[in-house]
Design a protein around this ligand. Structure first.
Ligand code: ARE
Length: 497
């Protein structure tokens, strides 16, 4: 697994905070200095580099996230929709999200805040327009000619369909040699093409990226991806986008030998499981059937494609979305990534820009946000959703850090509600039903009063009373009352005074 070690400095920071006054009920059961910076990522969709840097410093680093996934950085076509980012036209790191210098400054400032930057790498294809044009930074190009970078001989012309577009996803040959929605498809078996792609990715890493998301990896044979990422510096994190489909021959499992993959099945299964109570099944521990092994899985509730398509839940669903994200963060499967985009009513609409076409850098504050404040009615098109800054989500990122390494114990069901413990560290309970519910979740947390991090937000470093609900632990159980649709969770260091 090509995986960068977590930032060492941050563990000491958290330890100091914990020892400084949070472990109210006696000695901590774990040495807080062993707590690692969270493994949780944030996808900051279409956020410019200068704003990402500010987010790292103001919210993401302090909240204990470990990494951010940013949108593609290469020069792209000139077009209003967000998906202009996914049509590169040159090797220049110069886009409407920022300049090369701004990209480098972002990675440095995020690293200083303890946060790795993962770059979105579009290496399957170039642009998808048939007419010659000029890119964002002024580079001339045509569909199959990118001066100084790629020319016609570097592309597939599959000849398997009338227009060379992929028509049949059950054909491996079409998926990996024809064009994805008319995007000029690079011949990644060619040594010259590979060399150019390695140079592009190495440039991003030299600019401070800790790793790459391989966009449209399904459309690149796994051997080609392996050869390309094998030429990158040791420790480069690689996460391949291979959308799982039971009907198709190309599976994410083909891409796990050299890195992680986005496990799309996790989100698809979660809501049906919530509704049927299957998450309480004692057999569901660690690795899951029909999913890649936990260590290879990056999981999410939605991303920039699925929030415009298949996702059952998005930020617009308020409490139900919090429930799903909270369960993902409390779970012991995979490495989670929280999605943070902007409101839209037109699925193609790009993020708001200035008069010159540069995306505006709105920054989220660390307070006064959440589903109540940012429900569908409260946000205008283009407003950032700031999901990663919602106190409920920051509270759960904290809980995950405390729970790291602890077993997920068998869940319990009480009517529509269910909950589970991360052994000795944390407890979560959810009520996806339509009536209030009460549940007693067995736990080895010491008896006492704990603050709910869903209604009250993060607690590490906070000495005062709970700002949210109090959860009583007594006689080996956390007794939790849940309104319809509510989630509650607490951890070893969220003790109430
Ligand atoms: C745009 C226009 C097109 C136009 C094209 C070229 O929408 O009409 O032909 O430009 O001019 C994004 C947008 C696209 C956009 C593209 C380029 O979503 O709309 O096209 O950028 O600007 C498949 C792939 C998967 C891919 C999804 C979208 O397997 O890799 O399609 N996801 C990534 C990104 C996208 C991005 C691209 C790839 C391209 O996350 O944001 O596209 O860089 C089944 C299959 C899946 C398949 C899915 C949808 O589920 O199992 O494999 O996903 O159907 O077809």
């Amino acid at each position: 697994m090509r995986r960068r070690a977590v930032a060492a400095a941050s563990a000491a920071t958290v330890g100091a905070l914990l020892l400084g006054g949070c472990a109210g009920a006696g000695e901590p059961v774990v040495d807080p200095s062993t707590l690692e910076r969270g493994d949780v990522g944030v996808q900051l969709f279409q956020l410019p580099w200068t704003a990402v840097a500010q987010e790292c410093e103001r919210v993401i680093g302090p909240a204990g996230y470990g990494w951010v996934l940013v949108s593609p950085a290469q020069e792209h076509i000139v077009a209003e929709p967000w998906w202009a980012s996914y049509q590169p036209v040159s090797a220049r790191i110069e886009s409407r999200l920022g300049t090369r210098a701004e990209f480098a400054e972002m990675t440095a400032r995020c690293a200083a805040a303890g946060v790795d930057v993962i770059a979105d790498a579009v290496i399957n294809h170039m642009s998808g327009r048939d007419q010659p044009s000029v890119g964002w930074a002024g580079s001339p190009y045509s569909h199959f000619e990118y001066p100084g970078l790629f020319d016609d001989g570097d592309f597939h012309h599959c000849g398997l369909t009338a227009d060379d577009d992929i028509r049949d996803y059950t054909s491996r040959e079409q998926v990996q040699s024809c064009e994805l929605v008319n995007l000029a498809d690079l011949d990644t078996a060619s040594p010259h093409v590979r060399e150019r792609i390695v140079a592009l990715l190495t440039d991003l890493i030299d600019l401070g990226a800790a790793g790459v998301r391989i966009d449209a990896a399904k459309h690149i044979p796994a051997d080609d991806v392996a050869a390309i990422v094998g030429a990158l510096p040791d420790g480069t994190r690689v996460i391949s986008e291979v959308i799982r489909s039971a009907r198709e021959p190309i599976a994410p499992e083909e891409y796990t030998a050299f890195g992680e993959v986005f496990e799309f099945q996790y989100a698809r299964d979660l809501w049906p499981q919530l509704e049927s109570g299957l998450l309480a099944d004692p057999e569901l521990d660690g690795d899951r059937p029909a999913h890649v092994p936990s260590s290879a899985a990056v999981v999410f509730i939605d991303n920039h494609d699925t929030e415009r398509g298949e996702a059952d839940l998005t930020w617009r669903d308020g409490d139900a979305y919090v429930m799903a994200v909270a369960l993902m963060l409390a779970d012991d499967y995979g490495t989670p990534v929280v999605y943070s985009g902007y409101a839209f009513s037109d699925r193609d609409a790009g993020a708001p820009t200035d008069a010159a076409g540069r995306v505006l850098g709105t920054v989220c504050t660390g307070d006064a946000v959440g589903p109540a404040a940012s429900g569908a009615a409260a946000l205008e098109d283009g407003d950032r959703t700031c999901v990663h800054a919602w106190p409920q989500i920051r509270g759960m990122v904290e809980l995950r850090r405390v729970a790291a390494g602890a077993d997920r114990l068998p869940g319990v069901v009480a009517g529509d509600a269910f909950g589970f413990e991360r052994e000795g560290r944390a407890v979560i309970a959810v009520n996806p039903g339509t009536e209030p519910a009460e549940i007693a979740v067995p736990t080895s947390l010491p008896d006492g009063r704990y603050c709910d991090v869903i209604s009250g937000g993060p607690r590490i470093g906070v000495d005062g009373p709970c700002t949210g609900a109090v959860i009583e632990v007594a006689g080996g159980a956390a007794r939790i009352a849940l309104a319809a649709g509510a989630t509650a969770a607490t951890h070893r260091f969220a003790t109430a005074p």
